[in-house]
Each structure stands twice: as structure tokens, then as C-alpha cells.
Design a protein around this ligand. Sequence first.
Ligand code: SF4
Length: 756
Amino acid sequence: MSARQTFGLAVGALYTLTMKRMKSGGGWRAIRYTLKKGREVGLWNMWRAMRTRNACKTCALGMGGQKGGMVNEAGHFPEVCKKSLQAMAADMQGAIKDSFWSTYSTAQLKAFSPLDLETCGRLVHPVVLEPGSDYYKVISWEDAFRRITGKLLGIPADESFWYFSGRSSNEAGFLLQLFARLYGTNNVNNCSYYCHQASGVGLQSAVGTGTATLQLEDVEHADCVFVIGGNPASNHPRLMTTLKNVRRRGGDVIVINPVIETGLVNFRVPSDPWSLLFGTKIATLYVQPHIGGDLALLTGIAKRIDEMGAADERFLNEHCDGYEQWIAALRAISWAEIHAKSGVSQRDIDAIAEKYAAAKNVVFSWTMGITHHAHGVENVQAICNLAFQRGMVGRPNAGLMPIRGHSNVQGIGSMGVTPKLKDVVFERLQNHFQVQLPTTVGLDTLACMDGAREGRLKFGFCLGGNLYGSNPDANYAAESIAELDQIVYLNTTLNTGHAHGLAKETIILPVLARDEEPQATTQESMFNYVRLSDGGPRRHEGPRSEVDVIASIAAGVLGGRTPIDWQSMQDTGRIREAIAKVVPGFEQLAGIEKTKKEFQIGGRTFHTAKFPTPSGRGQLHVHTLPELRGEGEQLRLMTVRSEGQFNTVVYEEEDIYRGQDRRDVILMHPDDVSRLGFKENQRVTVVSQTGQMKNILVRPFSEIRAGNVLMYYPEANVLVPRDIDPASRTPAFKNIAVTIHADTPSRLTLVPIAGG
Ligand code: SF4
């Protein structure tokens, strides 16, 4: 061990002794953090920035818009959280200086952590990394456009792919997918293929729509909310106000998660004096299945409801297809199989079923602990089955609620950013613009990485996000991107993709943040609510608006070859007129800049049991329960975000709720630590079928179920295989079989599975 490592270990151990795990989420610490972030950029500046009429830049819960910043869809103020402040503070950074690019080589940038890169400052000039060079160099916008249009004009369209992040506006998303298709390819996809695609596919198969079936108002009247496979206390903090309200009304919050997350046990809502002072108990029941045990557990709850005679037979018969087959399969599954494959006792399953049976208005929410599995769609279908069983979908104050990540990830999907357009959108696009769209089969995100690796794709265009950082099998992702002739990134700040996701030629284009846009843009929340963002003054000279960049490149590539005046498409009002005509449910978008009327998208809220499936009825699905992963010597690993992180963006190294001061750690149950002969802070190598991570510190963590371990995403993506859910093609970021080896060359520790 080097002197540096020894020193790091000593400091790490000392810090661990001094870093206390929090007993509740939110609270004074959140308020202190708010003030600290505010002071970094000036309290008044931060206040003004947060109050502008723009949709929150971070999660899809959605705040802000025309009601003003920090206001939720129910009009409640102040709704603000650490995530939104972190994103705002990042956008309020100073500019990266020109000298930065000649100072740091790509080898040096590769050594930067995600946090180091994020805090380098705002991107303000286009830069290029040319073939054979080790340094990015600043170029003009004209030069950047010339390089990009030159490449696009020189290759067949199907050798390109177009990746979209959920942070871009509806207008930018719509315009870019239109450009890509008229350029000639359907290789159009978005970040949701690595997060909630399984929710969309699962919901579509069960209720005929891919989004939440309810509105925020419905959740505010529920008397029981399931929170499955997620940690909204860290990732969607303002949802905690809603959960607090459920508890205060005497309702139940049932949390299903292999890890006990502090904020889901007790949360101090800063905007509620009583909760702030005394804390609010969030989970009524907290049940810990093994990683990958959700489908068995959900099936077990349904089986118990059936045994209790608590099912709504009338609803199942009148409003669902497949009831007889489903109930027969449910009754045929043995309890022994359910216990073995979920890791949950009969007592816990009974307790959940009793709460569910007693509740009148139930909401089922879930996040990536459900979708990041090789059976992600089946997990979602099992949640739908459970909701159908008691008639908890297709009525007010109840329903299905996938908790989405990025602030406009749902809107990007609505805008047609998928390889295959819905038939109605395809027809309307052709008619509205008088164009012919390609009918070739488009590639999803992972298929694009495969295409690049195999040399079939030559060009990638990334509208925001971090394509490299969000991929499973990080080494494969880097190798795939390296095969491309050119990749173009549109971003506001640096990320690991700019250091590791390098093509033969890599171009970074700096763009404006949402609240700096010169024109209004729109976003869609996870409750299907469309917000209007005013934009605002730019903070730096240099970055351009996303629609400006897209329209300029489209004009250079397609000018004169299509009936569309691409330069005129820089006008976001014009784009909205087209969206209103093309995308069902968005009719009110056309005049929104004048009316200022934000709206609920038509046809997506189900307050009656009439579903947009071919039969108009809900669809029950039968499943075979998967075996728990991990054989003999393996543990089940799930990759997670920390408290100071949003998706691939890391704002803080520490994870205060889990009591961790750093990210190069593996969190293991103390029983596993001692049984395997490890010690706290011992360095180990974690090995999966895909890769390995050395120099990882063992951290005892009693909040995780024995037999399961946690590591931080995106760093641990190097361990994540490219195993996908066949129905949604979502990779299994949450269920990876690993072995752990002591970092002593002569000693190999084989790890038996525990608690299985
Ligand atoms: S919970 Fe989500 S939408 Fe609300 S303020 Fe925080 S990041 Fe923004």
C-alpha cells in the first residue's frame, strides 16, 4: 500500500469515527445547507434565481413555472430542496477559462472525479478534441457547425444516433427528433432507456398508458401510499411533504426497499414547523426484501389479499382482462417459493396485506429499485396487478405513480424521442410538415452502443446528459464511443463523458440553462402537468440556446432538402404550434405563451375505470418468479445514488443519510463483514462478470439486508453487466452478482451468500 493510500485510509477511518449518521432526513441540516449554498453565490442572487418563473431543473416531481419558483402543482409554497439548489448553484458558477483546456490533458481529466468535473465551472466556448490530440481546444461556433455538418453530410443517416437527456425542453426534444428523422434515421432515444423505460412498457401493457394514472391532488387524498424500490427522501425530497401529510391524516406509508433509508423512516420537513422541530415518522411499515425479490413479494401480497377475501371481485370481473388465468396462477404459487424468492417472512407479507386491505384510497409509487432489473417490466406489471386487485386504479385519490428522474424526462418521451413513433404522431408529423419520415427500425440506447462498438455507427449527438456515465459496463461504453468518428455533446458543465466518452473527434457545445433561455420553453412533470418556463438573462457570453444550436445544424445539413425553414424553427413558439398539432393531449400548448395557462395533459388521468387498452379494460399479467441472483460465493449488489447526487451528477462526495464520507466504498451488513473476515475500512476488490473495482473500502452498514451490498453509481457501472430486461431493454443496474476479495495479493476471500 502506498503512503498516499495509507494516509487516505487513516483519514477515512478518522472521518468515519466523527461522521455521524443522521437520525432523520431534511431538518435543520437541510436549512443550513440551503444557506450555505446561497452564500456561495450570494443569498439574494440565489433567492431571485429560485423564484423565477421556470420549472425546477432537477427532478420530475416538478416545481415552479408560472406559479413562480418553489411552488408545486397544488400551489403550495415554499417547495424547495437541496437538489434544486445544487443544480442552480452549478449553473451560477463562473466560466471555465480558456487556459483550462491547454492545462489539462484528457489523461488528467480522466483522473478527475465526477464532482471535480462538475465544479470546474460553466462551459462557455465550443471545444474540440481532434484525432490524435491529448488536449481539447477552443473553437468558434462556425468551426464547430462546419465540422458537424461536414460529418453528417458525409455518412449514411443510419450510421448516426441521437441521444436526449430529460433535462432539455419539449421544444428542443421535438425539434431534434424531427431533424434526426428527416435526416433519415430512427436511431433516436433518450436517457429513460437506462431508468424508467420498464415503467412505460409495464404500464402500457397493463393500463394502456405509460405515465402516472393520477395527479398530485389524488396523492394528497390517499390514505395509503406504497413507496417501492426508491429513496425519495434523497432523490425527490419534496415528495416527503406529501408522505408527511399522509401520515398526519392517519394514513399509512408502506416502504419496500432492501435498504433502510434514514429519510424514509423519519423526516423533518423544513417548511413545516412542527415536523421541523419534532420530525415526522414516514414509514408505517418498512419491509426489506432481498435485491431482486420484489416480484415474489408483490405476488405474495396479492396472494394474501386473495386468501383474506379482500379483493374487489366486482372490479376485477368488470374492468380487467385475464382474471381467471391470473388468480389460478396466483393460487398455484406456493408460499415456500414466495418466501425463498423474496426473502420476506409470512408475518411481514401479512402485515402489508392487512394495511392494504384496510385502506380506502391507495397509491402505488415506485422508482428504479423496481425498473433496474432483468424483469423490470414484470415488476411494474405486478404492481399494476396488485392495484387492480382492490380496484385502486381508474378512480380518484388512488392509482399508479412511477417516480421519474429528470425534470422533463417524461416530456422528452411525449415529444416522440423514441426509436418508434406512435402511429398517430407519425401520421400527424408527416401531414403537418408535408414530409416523408423513415420507416426503418431505430435503435435504442444500448443498441446504439453495440452499433458503435461494432463499427456500424459513426456519429453520435447527445442533447445534454452523460451518455458514458449512465451506461452499464463503463469500459464497454468507453470502447464503443471510441469507435465513433465524431461525438457531439451539448452541456452546461463538464462531466465524466467529456473525459472518458471520447470519439476520434469529440466536440462539446456549451448551452444555456433553462432559466437563461432567451425564449419561453415548456416541461412536463411526472403528474402529466405541463409548465411554462420564462427563461431569463444569460449568465455568460458564449453558450447558445439548444433550439438555436439544433436549428443551425439542421439548416446546414438539410437546408433546401425539406419543406421546413429550419432557421425559423429557432422560434420556440413555432415549435409549440407544431407540437400542439402533432402530439395528442398537447393542444393547449400552441397559445401557452400568451395564455400562461399551464395544463394537465388530456387523456392521461384515469378517474374512471376506462383504460386506453384495446378492450378498454385493465390487463392482468401472470409471471414466473425469478430465482434470487447470486450463487454460493456471491453477494447481490445494487448501485445507488447518494444524498449529494442527482443521476450521474455528483454535488458532494459525502452521503450524509447513510453516514458515508466518500464514494469508493461497499456497504455491507455487519454480519457479512464479520462472517467473511473483513474489517471496517479494509480494502477489497469487487468483481462481477463484467469488471472489477480495486481499492474499495468495506463499510459495515446494518441498514442493508445481509447477503446484499451497495455501491455508488455511476462509479460502480464498471461492474454492471449489459444484461437487460428483454421487454424494455432496461439494464439491471440493481441486481448484480459479485464476489469480494481482500486486497492482499496472496489472499483471496470467497464470499458465501447470506440470508438467502
Ligand atoms: S423535489 Fe424535485 S421538483 Fe421539487 S424542488 Fe426538489 S428537485 Fe425540484
